[in-house]
Design a protein around this ligand. Structure first.
Ligand code: NAI
Ligand code: MG
Length: 364
């Protein structure tokens, strides 16, 4: 029986609450014969600052590198707002991303039919929507140098951010997108702004070349990133996989996310480069933060975390069938009317974090 090494980093606030529901799901898959899930748990974020004076320890990073998948809850909260910038809770997540080389961020936007009313768009535009945004995560304007604010001789200040992409960086993120498209509806939309950015010109050239060389079977379209934003709210179901740089991906994935309802529903994955044996570092986390306003009350929606488990099963553990079943279970629980407070209509009865986790386990 296969052994799956999981590192669970629950973090702060509602992180531990939703992580507990993820554990229930893993336990069920183990009992059902999908392998042995060896789960280690460690501290990250504020919890690690309290215990170790830093938001992630070298030991935790080593465990993360050794794991088949890292499941991350959320970090941060008012308790740590005054710690030094270098050791703030988020720095733990940034270090993990950097040390694991997680350059590909996968943000699905799935609209379960039962939640279509929660969308800002009309039901028929979003019902059963299933698109995947693949965002480059370690390059581009968020990291490019120079990055500075300088004072000019005139006394005026000038701020500089630098968008940089190499062919290698574009190549590897494009391959992730094409590979994923083959497991889905076989279409990639590459979003850039080649009309005004040199990095967009190169992005377009590299994606076109890789497509011709290695992925001619996948449908490819190029779309200007601003038009992509418009199309996402006009007719989102035209997309399957959208691939884009760090900045456009940040924005487009948030646009797509809101088509589906609540922050409590959104999973994500971050992947590294595969090694010679085909193993790749990976971290799965809900998109939401630690939600201090509802922490400790059992109110958090665990479905973003449970959806992240589904992504781990599919992309890191070779258990695509289990992932399909888990997502179907989420769909059927929602169809049965179960709602945590964040996705319940005003005035309707809501269930708690544990009850929602139990409902998914029961549906499975
Ligand atoms: P947040 O995502 O924690 O919360 C925003 C709003 O959505 C809150 O009203 C919250 O109650 C609600 N919400 C979030 N997740 C929910 C869930 N699963 N179920 C029900 N309701 C949910 O973002 P916010 O308030 O901006 O940040 C709170 C803390 O989280 C800050 O310290 C921030 O730095 C941190 N944060 C951490 C992230 C991470 O760990 N990756 C990401 C975003 C924020
Ligand atoms: Mg964002």
């Amino acid at each position: 029986m296969a052994t799956h090494k999981i590192l669970l980093l629950p973090g702060d606030g509602i992180g531990p609450e939703v992580a507990a529901e993820a554990k229930k799901v893993l336990k069920l898959f183990e009992e059902a014969g999908y392998g042995s899930f060896e789960t280690e748990t460690d501290l990250v974020g504020g919890a690690a600052i309290d215990a170790h004076g830093k938001p992630v320890t070298d030991a935790a990073v080593a465990l993360a590198k050794d794991a088949d998948a890292v499941l991350f809850g959320a970090v941060g909260g008012p308790k740590w707002d005054k710690v030094a910038y270098e050791i703030r809770p988020e720095a733990g997540l940034l270090r993990l991303r950097k040390d694991l080389g997680l350059f590909a961020n996968l943000r699905p936007a799935i609209c379960y039919g039962a939640l279509a009313e929660a969308s800002s768009l009309k039901r028929d535009l979003v019902e059963d929507l299933d698109i995947l945004i693949v965002r480059e995560l370690t390059g581009g304007v968020y990291f490019g140098e120079p990055k500075e604010i300088v004072t000019l001789e005139s006394g005026e200040k000038r701020a500089v951010d630098t968008q940089i992409y190499t062919t290698g960086e574009i190549d590897r993120i494009a391959r992730v997108a094409f590979d994923l498209a083959r497991t889905r509806r076989n279409k990639v939309s590459s979003a850039e702004k080649r009309n005004v950015m040199k990095s967009g010109v190169l992005w377009n050239q590299v994606v076109t070349a890789i497509h011709a060389k290695d992925y001619a079977d996948v449908e490819l379209e190029h779309v200007l990133a601003d038009n992509c934003a418009m199309q996402l709210v006009r007719k989102p179901k035209q997309y399957d996989v959208i691939v884009c740089d760090n900045l456009f991906g940040d924005i487009l994935s948030d646009v797509a996310a809101m088509l589906t309802g609540s922050l409590g529903m959104l999973p994500s994955a971050s992947l590294g480069a595969p090694d010679a044996a085909g193993r790749r570092a990976s971290l799965y986390e809900p998109v939401h933060g630690s939600a201090p306003d509802i922490a400790g009350q059992g109110l958090a929606n665990p479905l973003a975390m449970i959806g992240s488990v589904a992504m781990a099963l599919r992309y890191s553990l070779g258990l695509g069938e289990a992932a399909d079943k888990l997502e179907a279970a989420i769909g059927s629980v929602l169809a049965s009317g179960a709602r945590t407070r964040d996705i319940a209509p005003a005035g309707a009865n809501a269930i708690g974090t544990g009850e929602m986790g139990d409902a998914v386990v029961a549906a499975l």
